[in-house]
Design a protein around this ligand. Structure first.
Ligand code: PMP
Length: 325
């Protein structure tokens, strides 16, 4: 059973890793699901595979078809891999605020990338609406639609959640994750709550997102921003997130995130991206609230490699007034 079946068979079943320093200082088990070890390099490989298979099974995606998506990057990278593996074309619509590394990687993988000015979701020119319209205009194309396609959440309910339950022998007190589409938090949350109702589900939110206020006060009102994080935070409650049972939310500043990412790099050898930094800051805050002896699981979404020009660029950080010490 040690041999995995090709690309699709290599998605998921990631290790669960104890963050040693964070665990020691909180007296809790702070565990990270190593989603950066997926074959496309991020937590979004699971959603990409599930959405493509879902469109195949519904009959909407036929051999030689095209998958279109609006994505800040990682979903596109996952889709580009999955499309190559299954013989589909891949067209990615993306806001022009994202890191250069992600755009270049997508093109290297063979995806066609179309960049658009970042405008609010309410604007019909928003990249997500453009992706949907473009897919509808082609004869054999589907819109993956990660924000509102529930196959995204199902990937995590059927795989990530059960893996965490098995890997901890059911001893998980809280699950903490930032939300882009909400597929990870809501999907893992649904599975864990189905096994034990009192597992706490905690949303980690960067600044400039509406989700902290949504969880805390029931209104999706934007907090002051912006944030240098990529792929997380949202101005709206997606279909994947709607109805999720969420017990708490933790807001994390960019400075706290940068400190966490650099500390883990310098002291523990890890090279994580910004959403992982947000997740681990919120995991530590949750550990401190619950007290020693608890097990907190979070997501190690991707590595720092895609963020060399921003999070790992001293000049960029200095211009934003962010310190790495
Ligand atoms: N971290 C990174 C780096 C991401 O790209 C994303 C997805 N955009 C997330 C976290 C959030 O995952 P989800 O879409 O499942 O909420």
């Amino acid at each position: 059973m040690e041999i995995k079946a090709g690309f699709a068979g290599s998605v998921g079943n990631t290790p669960l890793i104890r963050l040693e320093g964070l665990s020691a200082e909180t007296g809790c088990e702070i565990l990270g699901k190593a989603e950066f070890m997926n074959p496309g390099g991020s937590v979004k490989d699971r959603a990409a595979l599930w959405m493509v298979v879902d469109h195949e099974q519904s009959g909407a995606l036929k051999p030689g078809g095209i998958v279109v998506e609006g994505t800040a990057g990682n979903t596109g990278i996952g889709l580009a891999h999955v499309c190559n593996a299954r013989g589909y074309g891949c067209v990615i619509f993306m806001p022009d605020t994202q890191s250069r590394e992600k755009v270049e990687l997508l093109r290297t993988l063979g995806a066609e990338v179309r960049l658009f000015p970042a405008v609010p979701y309410a604007n019909p020119e928003n990249y997500q609406h453009q992706a949907g319209r473009y897919a509808a205009s082609l004869p054999n194309a589907v819109w993956a639609n990660q924000f509102d396609n529930l196959a995204n959440r199902r990937a995590h309910e059927e795989t990530t959640g059960p893996e965490i339950w098995r890997q901890t022998d059911g001893r998980v007190d809280a699950f903490v994750a930032a939300v882009g589409t909400g597929g990870t938090l809501a999907g893992v949350g649904r599975y864990l709550k189905s096994r034990r109702k009192d597992v706490e589900i905690v949303l980690a939110d960067p600044m400039g997102s509406a989700l902290f206020n949504w969880v805390k006060h029931g209104r999706a009102e934007m907090s002051p921003g912006p944030s240098i994080t990529e792929g997380i935070g949202n101005s709206r409650v997606t279909q994947n997130l709607a109805g999720a049972e969420i017990d708490d939310a933790v807001q994390v500043t960019d400075q706290e995130m940068v400190h966490m990412v650099y500390r883990l790099l310098r002291e523990e050898g890890w090279f994580f991206g910004s959403s992982t930094g947000i997740n681990l800051c919120a995991a530590v805050a949750t550990a401190r609230r619950l007290g020693p002896g608890h097990t907190i699981v979070s997501i190690l979404c991707d590595t720092g490699a895609k963020y060399q020009s921003r999070l790992f660029n001293g000049e960029f950080l200095a211009a934003k007034g962010l310190r790495t010490d």
